[in-house]
Design a protein around this ligand. Sequence first.
Ligand SMILES: [Zn+2]
Length: 240
Amino acid sequence: MAEQLAPMPGDWRRALAVVAHPDDLEYGCAAAVATWTGEGREVTYLLATRGEAGIDTLEPAQAGPVREREQRASAAVVGVTSVEFLDHADGVIEYGTALRRDLTAAIRRHRPELVITLNFDDTWDGTVWNTPDHRAVGRATLDAAGDAGNRWIFRDTDAEPWDGVRWVAVAGTDSPTHAVDVTDGLEAGVRSLIEHRAYIEALTDEDPETYARTFVEDTVRQAAKHFNGDPAVTFRLYPR
Ligand SMILES: [Zn+2]
């Protein structure tokens, strides 16, 4: 049998999911979000950009509002009503103190116990080069989970320091440590990806519903081999 993953911690109430672009959470992770909100937990989305450089056939000024709308709709499908955008520039997000400060301010405001982010390794699966935005935002998120608790840095944020982040969970990595059974959230997870219709239609000739269902169901089925056969979403977990 394939190596088995540990179950994700369950003793938390509030999570903050931090990613670079609209659609980043919908390629699998949203099924976990739907499962958690279905259990009465609160999840907030924080996006560093509006994904305005993500559709080749649409000018950024047009693409930004379209993608923001699609992101809000896809969040609603999985029980997330709070979606915030930081307005960093899509494609050229810079890792640095400006980004860390923005993420720190959000963590202090929302006071999550669990912070979720996306794969920031150099590659996906060892062969597909990851984007600079994903690398910058993932790393800065882990850093900000610590920064948020230090009262002596980023002293100009509105909210009080928050040292209550207990874990940062990284989705989409090829070296996961934990997983969550998404039997209850799988269908909502699929539907949340379908909400990125304009993005998907520009990306592929495949029918958006078929494309989304195939991707998300394949992902959770692959993960099931490492989680007692249950449909799952995997994470690399960093306890704090
Ligand atoms: Zn992305």
